[in-house]
Design a protein around this ligand. Structure first.
Ligand SMILES: [Mg+2]
Length: 485
């Protein structure tokens, strides 16, 4: 580790810009005529206060309505316990991170609040940390015994399951984890469905909604450049209306050509049966048959097939932004050919960590050791073998150090030790571009073209990997992004 200073090129820390937009697929904004948006966590970013409140409310629902022991009240929300994209094995009661090849990242399997030893995890899957696809998840992250937690609201849900499990285990209470999972999920759902969450946000928008002022700037700039705008959200109109008035102003609807609420995504994208219904100004349902989607009107439900027919907004001239890879983006990308933008708020903090000297040092030394191991493995005498063994041990320690910088339990949402996570793989598959928040759009010209880095495949030479040789800007370096705040 001490030699790292020599290996590390000068000035490599603090290079990346957390407000950059990253591209998986080449996309020219000049070709985009129509911009669509999800609402929660896409236009409206909520503060972490919301997670704590959801946790406490669902915990109390468990006690009061599901008659869980009063003692679970001693558990408070643990910020930073879970990360998004984790898988939960309902029967084995294991919360864990899985990589792009369906392997559990060892050291990241938790039962309750405690890590489960690697050997036990491997044993419980029949002698391998590999999870068969059939167990894992369907298209939307739900498998027969596993669920992937993909939305940002699921952070309090994972934490609550872990806390209640911890209580049952530490008190020697016999329980079926399937019941616990069902109750917890239902309690969390009650917080949403019964409108409690909407109430809190509506009553204290100053505290719950972050960076509202940027949203007006983003939307207004698009409209000024003659782009069409639409909104498709699962939330109810009164909630969206109040939030948008807070962020954008009372005339926010003037900016949008089509507004659809209670859309019931992801079924909205696949199910043709539900027609659009119009809401009047008071939010009451109307009975008329919808033959066109008019600006200034509010529509409920509907489906994408009718939407395409009525608007003619098809294919790659449409760019839709959402935070949920499955509910918002997967169907659009795979079935309908719209371009997609993923909002990944975690990106900001993860890039800040990547920018630290500590991360750079431990990653550089880890890679140097990996290179040494690869080259020196042919030396098989006793002394060399001993050295190789020590290097392997040190590499393993460094990988844990690097992981812990992001989150002590589960590490980064994007990588297991060296592989992309299951989450990352889905992100790359379902989004053309991704960014920490919609306001990142303000940093780029309205007709900017995003060219993804030509990442070398394993059989290719890394000759054109970066701007190092070509002078093209691919990595979001701060220096070269004077146009980005
Ligand atoms: Mg959302």
């Amino acid at each position: 580790m001490h030699r790292c200073q020599e290996i590390l090129p000068p000035g490599v820390c603090n290079l990346l810009n957390p407000a950059a937009i990253c591209s998986n697929n080449e996309i020219c904004l000049g070709d985009i005529e129509i911009y669509g948006f999800d609402y929660d966590y896409t236009l409206a970013q909520y503060s972490d206060m919301l997670h704590k409140k959801i946790f406490i409310t669902a915990r109390d629902i468990l006690m009061q309505q599901y008659k869980y022991p009063e003692e679970i009240k001693k558990y408070d929300y643990i910020p930073g316990f879970a990360i998004r994209g984790l898988h939960y094995d309902v029967q084995k009661n294991l919360l864990m991170k899985i990589d792009a090849f369906h392997y559990i990242q060892l050291g990241t399997a938790y039962r309750g609040l405690k890590p489960v030893p690697d050997e036990e995890v491997i044993e419980s899957y029949g002698g391998t940390p590999h999870i068969p696809l059939i167990e894992m998840s369907d298209f939307y992250g739900k498998g027969p015994t596993m669920k992937q937690f993909m939305d940002i609201f699921s952070l309090p849900e994972m934490t609550l399951i872990s806390c209640v499990t911890d209580f049952f285990i530490s008190h020697g209470i016999d329980f079926d984890p399937a019941h616990l999972y069902k109750d917890t999920t239902d309690a969390i759902r009650d917080v949403h469905v019964k409108g409690m969450m909407y109430d809190w946000i509506e009553k204290d928008m100053e505290h719950y909604i972050l960076h509202g002022e940027d949203i007006f700037a983003v939307l207004n700039r698009l409209v000024k450049h003659n782009k069409k705008l639409f909104l498709i959200t699962n939330s109810p109109f009164s909630f969206v209306d109040k939030g948008m008035k807070h962020m954008v102003g009372k005339n926010w609807r003037d900016l949008f050509d089509v507004v659809i609420v209670r859309a019931d995504k992801p079924a909205f994208f696949t199910d043709r049966r539900k027609p659009f219904r119009r809401l009047d100004e008071g939010g009451s349902l109307q009975w008329d048959k919808i033959n066109n989607l008019e600006k200034g009107k509010i529509y409920k439900q509907g489906n994408l097939f009718d939407f395409l027919r009525l608007t003619g907004w098809r294919g790659s001239k449409v760019l839709y932004f959402g935070d949920h890879l499955y509910s918002d983006l997967a169907d659009l990308m795979l079935r309908h050919g719209w371009r997609t933008g993923a909002i990944v708020p975690e990106l900001e903090n993860e890039i800040r960590i990547i920018n630290t000297e500590q991360y750079m040092h431990s990653l550089t030394w880890q890679q140097a050791l990996t290179g040494l191991l690869e080259r020196m493995q042919t030396y098989q005498d006793a002394e060399s073998k001993q050295v190789l063994k020590e290097w392997m041990k040190e590499r393993q320690e460094l990988r844990s150090v690097t992981k812990n910088l992001f989150n002590p339990q589960f590490g980064s949402i994007f990588r297991t030790f060296q592989n992309p996570t299951y989450f990352s793989r889905r992100l790359i598959r379902f989004s053309d571009i991704y960014m920490a928040s919609i306001s990142c759009l303000l940093n780029y010209n309205i007709d900017f073209t995003f060219y993804p880095r030509r990442t070398p495949l394993q059989h290719e030479a890394p000759l054109w990997m970066d701007q190092l040789c070509t002078g093209c800007m691919k990595t979001p370096f701060l220096d070269e992004m004077v146009h980005v705040r």
